[in-house]
Design a binder for this molecule. Structure first.
Ligand code: FMN
Length: 368
């Protein structure tokens, strides 16, 4: 847990004694810049390498699908086959030129893996309404399929080791397959993969234990989670229990995806604790905590560390400012917020594809 030092100080992952040069983490950002067959593109390598070169401590890749049928978006690079490893090696080699760590964010879209992209009915924890499916519903994973999915995560983790990643982040946030197992409204199972949070987290916990059986001791394994997603039935009390369960699995970090690190819980309106504080101030023996959402300035980063985070994640601020991590050196760093011009983003190492994608994020790109 946080020791309230400055965000530019280095940090050591305790279990493996692995040093990070500063506290900044590039959070996973889907950018659609890769090839339609799932091979990582030079455009995507360029975008990530620039952020390592310019000073981030840790780079997280975009979400990458562990199963062919788990793809969420066009232009997403895959990790479901050995044929992807060579290009991933180029990425990790590039990043490691700069004293920077790199994690692969492993995921499966579940009900958010559109049938029109994968050709297959989206699979989930249960049969639930699904706009991305031609039948209007997901298919409920049977036990054999659950085991296969766990196996897919394990194989993807092994490929990440082979490709030279320092670690992986299991994407248990934002409503994709792992969080569909976690959610009370999306996991309606009455076998031992469902029920209370202990049953609903069995999918994630088994993925972790299967991965830890095969990766080297020095390989970093973490989980990204959402503290609250009402639509899926993910509630704060269960998320706190989940963090306690995860703390006992030997993972190295929990990455809290808060969207706004300065917000309090939407379920406990009179409580003044921020989402991060709900975890850091009440759960002993947490692994390293990364917290992300709405951070732009050094003051914001300091504030989130005071909340008990060890590492500071940013998404949007890193898009126009590749050197955001290095700027945490400056106490008064507070770069202008959106909108940004397409020209500025081109200069910051984005391709036209990524810039076009960012037009979907309201107010991000300046009208020309
Ligand atoms: C373009 C874009 C793509 C994103 N893709 C992912 C993703 O692949 N995986 C993920 O966990 N979060 C994803 N996110 C969420 C970010 O990691 C981050 O949590 C969010 O943007 C809030 O942080 P920020 O306020 O610093 O941007 C994405 C965000 C953006 C803006």
């Amino acid at each position: 847990m946080g020791n309230h030092s400055k965000p530019f100080d280095s940090y050591i992952f305790p279990r493996i004694n692995k040093k990070v040069r500063n506290r900044s983490v590039l959070a996973a950002m889907t950018n659609k810049q890769s090839h339609s067959d799932g091979v990582l593109s030079d455009r995507e390598i360029k975008w990530l390498t620039r952020r390592a070169k310019d000073g981030f401590g840790i780079i997280t890749t975009a979400a990458t699908h562990v199963s062919k049928y788990g793809q969420g978006w066009e232009g997403e690079f895959g990790i479901f086959d050995d044929l992807f490893v060579d290009k991933l090696k180029v990425l990790t080699k590039n990043i490691h030129q700069y004293d920077c760590l790199i994690f692969a964010q492993l995921f499966h879209g579940g009900m958010r893996a559109p049938e029109k992209l994968t050709g297959k009915t989206p699979i989930s924890a249960s049969r639930i309404p699904c706009e991305q499916s031609s039948t209007g519903f997901t298919s409920s994973a049977n036990v054999k399929e659950i085991k296969q999915l766990i196996n897919d995560f394990q194989s993807a983790a092994l490929r990440s080791v082979e490709a030279g990643f320092d670690g992986i982040e299991l994407h248990g946030a934002h409503g994709y397959l792992i969080s569909q197992f976690l959610g009370e409204k999306t996991n309606l199972r009455d076998d031992n993969w469902g029920g209370d949070i202990s049953g609903r987290s069995k999918f994630l916990v088994t993925i972790i234990s299967e991965i830890k059986k095969v990766v080297p001791e020095s390989f970093i394994v973490g989980v990204r989670m959402s503290p609250e997603i009402k639509e899926l039935g993910i509630y704060l009390n269960d998320s706190l229990k989940l963090a306690k369960i995860l703390s006992k699995t030997g993972i190295d970090f929990i990455h809290l995806s808060c969207w706004d690190c300065f917000k309090t819980s939407s379920e406990h309106l009179s409580d003044k604790r921020t989402l991060t504080e709900w975890f850091t101030k009440s759960i002993p023996n947490l692994p390293t905590i990364i917290s992300t959402g709405g951070i732009w300035s050094t003051k914001d980063a300091d504030n989130v560390m005071q909340q008990g985070a060890d590492l500071i994640g940013v998404g949007r601020a890193a898009i126009p400012y590749p050197d955001w991590g290095a700027n945490l050196n400056y106490e008064k760093y507070d770069p202008p917020k959106m909108p940004f011009s397409a020209e500025q983003l081109l200069k910051a190492g984005l391709s036209d594809i990524f810039i076009d994608y960012m037009r979907n994020w309201k107010g991000f790109i300046k009208d020309e």
